[in-house]
Design a protein around this ligand. Structure first.
Ligand code: IFM
Length: 424
């Protein structure tokens, strides 16, 4: 007798939009100078990978949109590259803006809803050299860029992510120093986050002034924080502090304007109000913390835990915990702006998708308003310090020819998007 259990398919509701995402720097390629291309020039990226050698999307827009259509995507999250559109302060690259328009028109013509990210880790060099996000001038410069993008694309696009993962950007750039600007400066890390929160609030207002029906949010990286030893008071306390600094203080700031320690002095640096039409959730793994000065010790993971190619824990229930927490705190609709895994052999991505969507459905049944799911990523891309080595794509990109091939997990996801039936 077969021991296999039959799991009946879950019908996905019509009001849950399914899609996938990318960012400009990670897939466009070509010789655009910015903070990340300079970081690559300095040899700081694994295997000497370079942003210019990423998926080459800039010259393959038609082919890539055709793939999205073939994969039955309802919505697509894409980025615009600040350094490409404004290579020097005040300069306007209208030809590049036209190319973004072309891509977005193509998406719309095929019934795919675009969600556009305005800042995703990468600064133009002139911004980086004035002190990047640790410098308050960058807020004004970013807002001028937002106005320019609204002039160029605002009639086509209603859905916007202002800034992607300010928490990861600041932590990796100013604490771990493995991303640009690569300086260990706690005060700058704090200022970068504070300035990004202020920039988000102003950008939220600008976008709404231009488009009343706009849908604006910020994508924050949320971990399911767990104390490694919950019996130890110090670990439990540390868990709360870490979770507060990494994500809860940011959630509070952009949903109320209220900035608390360490990013503010219980003040409203850009005014009070609700500055989120949706909460953008990027979820990858639980974050296990231990109260110790030794970082390596805090990173220890259980030996038999399922992990991806980057040794990130795979734990779908963590996504359930995160969205439940956010919902209990603020009832705003949630978009899963990123969720995915590095799996070069495409061995576990299907199960990953199934398990995470199952947890989302569980949360929806509990009343959590989850309206969109973007799988990360549409295609293999430049994975920051890991360069081209980490494979997150539903679509495989051959490193030299850039030829695209939909992975079996991509076909699985495409079938799921078409049938709306979640089956293992
Ligand atoms: O590739 C990144 C993305 O740019 C931001 N969020 C996490 C992803 C995987 O590391």
């Amino acid at each position: 007798m077969s021991t296999e259990t039959f799991i009946s398919p879950i019908q996905l509701p019509d009001d849950l939009l399914l899609g996938c995402g990318t960012s400009a720097t990670q897939i466009e390629g070509g010789d655009v100078e910015h903070s990340w291309s300079r970081w690559c020039d300095l040899g700081k990226v694994k295997n000497g990978s370079h942003t210019r050698d990423s998926a080459g999307h800039w010259t393959r827009i038609d082919e890539d949109v055709a793939l999205l259509v073939e994969m039955k995507q309802q919505t697509y999250r894409l980025g615009v590259e600040w350094a490409r559109l404004e290579p020097t302060k005040g300069a306007r690259n209208d030809a590049a803006m036209e190319r973004y328009r072309y891509e977005i028109e193509l998406l719309l013509a095929n019934g795919i809803v675009p969600l556009v990210t305005l800042h995703h880790f990468t600064n133009p060099l002139w911004v980086e050299d004035q002190g990047g996000w640790a410098h308050p001038q960058t807020i004004q410069d970013y807002l001028a860029f937002v106005r320019y993008v609204m002039d160029g694309l605002g009639d086509l696009v209603s859905d916007w992510v202002t800034i992607n993962e300010p928490n990861v950007f600041a932590y990796y750039g100013y604490r771990l120093a493995i991303w640009p600007p690569g300086k260990r400066r706690l005060w700058n890390m704090r200022n970068a986050v504070r300035n990004m929160m202020r920039a988000h609030i102003h950008a939220y207002r600008i976008i709404h002034e231009r488009r009343r029906d706009a849908n604006v949010g910020m994508a924050i990286h949320y971990g399911d924080f767990r104390a490694i030893n919950p019996d130890k008071t110090s670990d439990r306390l540390y868990r709360r502090v870490a979770e507060h600094c990494f994500q809860n203080a940011l959630l509070l700031a952009h949903t109320s304007g209220y900035c608390v320690f360490p990013y503010g002095f219980n003040d409203y640096p850009a005014g009070s109000g609700k500055f989120a039409d949706f909460i953008g959730v990027n979820y990858y793994q639980p974050i296990r913390v231990r109260c110790t000065a030794k970082r390596k010790q805090a990173m220890i993971v259980p030996p038999d835990a399922p992990m991806n190619d980057l040794r990130w824990l795979i734990d779908a229930e963590g996504l359930y915990n995160v969205v439940k927490d956010i919902h209990s705190y603020v009832g705003t609709p949630i978009y899963i702006t990123e969720n995915g895994t590095a799996d070069a052999k495409d061995a576990f991505r299907r199960k990953f998708i199934f398990d995470h969507l199952t947890q989302l459905m569980r949360a929806r049944n509990d009343g959590v308003k989850i309206e969109r799911y973007y799988h990360w990523s549409f295609m293999d891309n430049f994975e920051w310090a890991e360069g081209l080595s980490a494979k997150f794509g539903l679509v495989e990109v051959e490193p030299t020819t850039k030829e695209r091939r939909v992975r079996p997990s991509g076909k699985y996801y495409a079938d799921l998007c078409e049938s709306r039936l979640l089956t293992p």
